[in-house]
Structures are given as structure tokens and as C-alpha cells.
Design a protein around this ligand. Structure first.
Ligand code: GLA
Length: 387
């Protein structure tokens, strides 16, 4: 990708880029809708992601172009927020890099010219937005000699998405993109910001972790994600805790909430945090095959208690289990996107066929499959050509 970007950058801007930075997408093994409840998550990075060729500018302007988007977008780095400027839909993709530039400006970064390329499917729930933010953030910090440690940079990228794009996401995706390591899942405590690298190698246990892009595209800037977050915050306020992370006695607590919807939301978040802890325990004990039960419990909870699953995800998980998978669940924010399936390697072909057949029976667009290999986090991928 770097050569194509370097050549494309030279053609677009009439100069060489100063480097190429890459940031991966992620799959969340478990811990969904827990991050903005100050809870626990366990994502790992994918080998796919977003790359940015970039060169510094000192005129206070950021210009972004992309192999995947139409018109170039130019904006001042000291503008207000993209949300308040009411950008038209064709500029919406650029709100992420411009938003990051505006947040990082407060920390000493400035403008840049960027050319973006991505091999990560968009709308597949694999955190392509966070990858775009993180590739931009690393490039801007390097180009302007700004030193920010990675956990802090993840929070700034999250802030850019919250304030500039208007998507009230949690901390998971940006942290995964910046902090993950090869062959490991990242256990992140979203309250303290502390994390641990947990070895995760399904192949060593004769297993395959498949990512199934259900081809039902999600758009989290739509209202449902924000509504779930608001419900969780309302429940926490009613229960007198800082965040749902702090609910200790689930059975006793549920009895004090009158609203059945809020009860379901609390039940999901509290049990999902427990499942993250249990999953880390299984990984550390080398019991990878037992993860299947955790994935299944997470999926049912997301479907029935948190109500963020969608028909293609339920059908894919169901078909995979019938074909011999050990477990599966929806990943990401929900309402579209991807599913992960843990299957014995010898049965992976049969599982794919069963999911494809279930789709064909319903007349749905065929799903796409990726092998999920836990990979490294964001990095500068080329040495500087000049500087
Ligand atoms: C999206 C958000 C994350 C997280 C997940 C759900 O990916 O960006 O912060 O809330 O949904 O776990």
C-alpha cells in the first residue's frame, strides 16, 4: 500500500510525502457496550487498516484526500467543530481526520496534507473510523514533533470523534488501534485506562476465528447507539453509581429499577463485564475452546437485553453453531456490521458454507469472510524519505 500511496501523494500534491502511517481496524473478542460504562473490553487488531501518506504544512490548513472518497477536503485546523459547521454528506468522511487535527492543535500539532488508503471494509463494524483517526493522529504528532503517549492519544482521538464528529463512542476502538500487539488481545479497563496484553492464538488450539461481514452496513451516527448510552447513564444516575461498572449486586439492583428497558440494559452491561474477566481467565489458562460459551452468552445478551443485534447477525451465528462452530457473536456497536465465529479449523469450511447457504435461502447479499489473526497496532510504516 505504501508505494501506491507515495506515488498517489506525489501526483496529488506535487511533492513527496514525509512518511506513511498505518493504523489497524479491530475485532472485539468480548466486552461490547461496556467501554462507555467505564467497564472492560478485550479487542485485538486486524491485519487490515487505514494508511496515510502525509507531509507537514505550516499554513494552519489540513487537506485530506482518499483513494476511497471523492473530492479533496480542505479545512483550517483552528476551526470550531465539524458538527457545528454542519458539513454536507460528501465531506462527512473527512470529519475524522480534520476533527483529530483540531483536537491535536491544542497540543501543539498543526496542518498537513494527507492521502488516505484503506483495505478495511467501511460500515462493517471493524472500527474503520478509529483507524482513520489514529493514522492521522500518529502522522500529525510525528510531523509536528508532538509527544503524546498512546493511551492519551487514544483518548484524544475518542474526543475528536465525540466532539467533532458528534458520535458518542467509548474508548475501545482508538485504544485497540493504538495499543494492540501481534498475537495478543488487549484487556483494557476503560475507567483507569490500564491495559494488559493477553496472548491469544486460536490456531495453536486447532481453532479458527472467522470474521463474517454480514453486509448489513451500520451507521452509528444514527440515533440508536446514542440512545443506548443515554439509557445506561440514566440507569446509573437512578442507581446512584458513577457508571454501570459500579453495580455490584445485580439481582438486588435490578429489583430497584422499575423500567424494564433499563433493567435489561443494566443486566447486559454487568454480565458482559463478568464475561470479559472470565474470558481473560480462560485465555490465561490456555482454555481457548471454552471461549465459545462466552461468545454465545454475549450474543444472546446483546440480542435480548441490550437489543442491538440484527437479523443477518442472528442468522449467521445460528447457522455457524448448527454447522459445528463452538461459539459466535455480533461485534461492535450493532444494528449492522460483523459477527465473529470460533470454529475448529477442520470445520471452518463447513461453517462458512452453512452461513452462505442460510443467506442464500433468504435472498440476502452474500456475506464476506476474513480470518481474524490478532495483529500489531498502529505504526509509522516507512522511514522518512527526507527531513
Ligand atoms: C462502537 C464504539 C465503541 C464501543 C462499541 C460497542 O464500536 O465506537 O466505543 O462502544 O461500539 O462495544
Amino acid at each position: 500500500m505504501s508505494d501506491r500511496l507515495r506515488a498517489g501523494f506525489a501526483a496529488a500534491y506535487g511533492r513527496e510525502p514525509e512518511g506513511v502511517w498505518h493504523a489497524p481496524g479491530r475485532v472485539n473478542l468480548i466486552g461490547e457496550h461496556t467501554d462507555y460504562n467505564d467497564g472492560l473490553v478485550l479487542p485485538f487488531a486486524l491485519p487490515l487498516g487505514v494508511s496515510a501518506a502525509a507531509a507537514r504544512r505550516d499554513d494552519g490548513v489540513i487537506e485530506v484526500r482518499s483513494h476511497q472518497a471523492g473530492e479533496p477536503v480542505t479545512a483550517p485546523v483552528d476551526g470550531g467543530t465539524v458538527v457545528s459547521e454542519g458539513w454536507p454528506p460528501e465531506r462527512a468522511w473527512a470529519a475524522y481526520p480534520v476533527g483529530v487535527a483540531r483536537v491535536l492543535r491544542e497540543h501543539g500539532a498543526g496542518g498537513a496534507s494527507l492521502l488516505i488508503d484503506s483495505d478495511l471494509p467501511q460500515g462493517a463494524g471493524l472500527a474503520s473510523s478509529a483507524a482513520l483517526e489514529c493514522a492521522t493522529a500518529l502522522a500529525l504528532c510525528d510531523l509536528h514533533n508532538v509527544e503524546i503517549d498512546r493511551p492519551a492519544l487514544a483518548r484524544l482521538a475518542q474526543r475528536a470523534e465525540n466532539e467533532q464528529v458528534g458520535m458518542p463512542c467509548g474508548l475501545m476502538d482508538q485504544s485497540a488501534s493504538l495499543l494492540c500487539e501481534d498475537g495478543r488481545a488487549l484487556m483494557l479497563d476503560c475507567r483507569s485506562g490500564l491495559s494488559a496484553q493477553v496472548p491469544f492464538d486460536p490456531a495453536a488450539s486447532g481453532l479458527t476465528l472467522l470474521v463474517v461481514d454480514t453486509r448489513a452496513s451500520h451507521a452509528l451516527t444514527g440515533g440508536e447507539y446514542g440512545r443506548r448510552r443515554a439509557e445506561c447513564e440514566e440507569a446509573a444516575a437512578l442507581l446512584g453509581v458513577a457508571a454501570l461498572r459500579d453495580v455490584k449486586d445485580l439481582a438486588g439492583t435490578l429489583g430497584t429499577l422499575r423500567d424494564p428497558v433499563l433493567r435489561r440494559r443494566v443486566q447486559h452491561v454487568v454480565t458482559e463485564n463478568h464475561r470479559v474477566e472470565a474470558t481473560v481467565g480462560l485465555l490465561r489458562a490456555g482454555a481457548v475452546p471454552d471461549l465459545g460459551a462466552m461468545l454465545n452468552a454475549s450474543h444472546l445478551s446483546l440480542r435480548d437485553q441490550f437489543e442491538v443485534s440484527w437479523p443477518e447477525a442472528d442468522t449467521a451465528v445460528d447457522a455457524a453453531l448448527r454447522a459445528g462452530a463452538r461459539g459466535g457473536r455480533m461485534v461492535g456497536g450493532g444494528f449492522g456490521g460483523s459477527v465473529i465465529v470460533l470454529a475448529p479449523a477442520a470445520k471452518a469450511g463447513r461453517v462458512r458454507d452453512a452461513i452462505a447457504a442460510a443467506y442464500a435461502k433468504r435472498g440476502w447479499t452474500a456475506p464476506e469472510f476474513l480470518d481474524a489473526v490478532p495483529s500489531g497496532g498502529a505504526a509509522r510504516v516507512t522511514a522518512p524519505w527526507r527531513r
